[in-house]
Write a protein of this length. Structure first.
Length: 269
């Protein structure tokens, strides 16, 4: 590439890839931390206060004004845990009926997770039972048993149809002890706070600002299942025969998932 030696070209690729992986991981980390703090905010001000100190208007205002803290999320929302026997009361109190992700009337289930608060940028989530979507449902179940940040597989997000992953934190009753058992966690779950990493557009925006961006092709993969890596960002890999390829490890904070960044030159060096 530009007549430089192969060694020099490789060195440059490694450094550009590592820089991008570090930046992405850093932005992911700060975003996850801020969503965690929001989950505690909901636990404190929605459940410790009677009546609740948060409503849709307050939630929308606060999350809108703090969105700079979550640079890779397209918005956040809160879904409340509702059992079947509470559904009728819940719907009459809210004055609306919950929908599925496919915009149908939610069929009877043991429990539901309808969105009651949403940031304006994801207002299309309002009233949707998040347990009606396979990826969101898996996240909800894993979030509440672990008490940690959990991520979905890459999939096409509602609203934008962009490729991304959903982040979920369980919201617990404020009295849950730190050393709670799995059963205690599930029992004390009152809802779920999360949002979507719109990787397709927000990572593009992040990488486009870096020097050397025109020279390399960057992919991000979910490699949780080593035999079938899933593309999360970048063009579908054309061939594995590229002479120079660098793989940088990524840690997005969900120990159940593995991600990596793969970088190569746009033209053969
Ligand atoms: N957020 C944004 N876009 C989506 C999505 C989602 N889930 N699912 C599909 N497209 C309210 O886990 C709780 C957010 C889910 C939280």
């Amino acid at each position: 590439l530009r007549g430089e030696s192969l060694d020099r070209a490789e060195e440059r690729l490694v450094s550009m890839c590592e820089e991008r992986a570090r930046m992405l991981q850093e932005q992911f980390g700060v975003t996850v931390n801020h969503v965690h703090a929001l989950a505690i905010l909901i636990s404190t001000f929605h459940y410790e206060k009677f009546p609740s100190a948060i409503d849709q208007e307050t939630f929308a205002k606060y999350t809108g004004r703090t969105s700079f803290e979550r640079p890779l999320l397209n918005g956040v929302a809160f879904a409340q845990r509702v059992f079947h026997h509470e559904r009728e009361m819940f719907e009459s109190q809210q004055g609306w009926i919950m929908n599925t992700m496919k915009r149908e009337l939610a069929p009877p289930q043991i429990e539901y997770a309808p969105v009651i608060f949403s940031q304006d940028t994801v207002s299309y989530l309002a009233r949707i039972d998040m347990m009606s979507g396979e990826e969101d449902r898996e996240n909800i179940l894993r979030a509440r048993t672990t008490g940690k940040a959990v991520l979905t597989n890459p999939f096409r997000l509602l609203g934008s149809n962009h490729l991304g992953v959903v982040l979920t934190f369980a919201v617990y009753r404020p009295d849950l002890p730190d050393d709670a058992s799995v059963e205690q966690r599930v029992e004390a779950t009152i809802g779920y706070l999360g949002g979507a990493f719109d990787v397709e557009s927000l990572v593009e925006n992040l990488l486009s600002k870096l020097a050397g961006n025109q020279d390399i092709v960057v992919n991000v993969y979910d490699v949780t299942n080593a035999s079938e890596a899933m593309v999360l960002y970048g063009p579908p890999s054309l061939d594995d025969q590229v002479p120079l390829l660098h793989v940088s490890m990524l840690d997005f904070g969900d120990p159940f998932r593995k991600h990596e960044m793969r970088c190569r030159y746009r033209e053969k060096p």
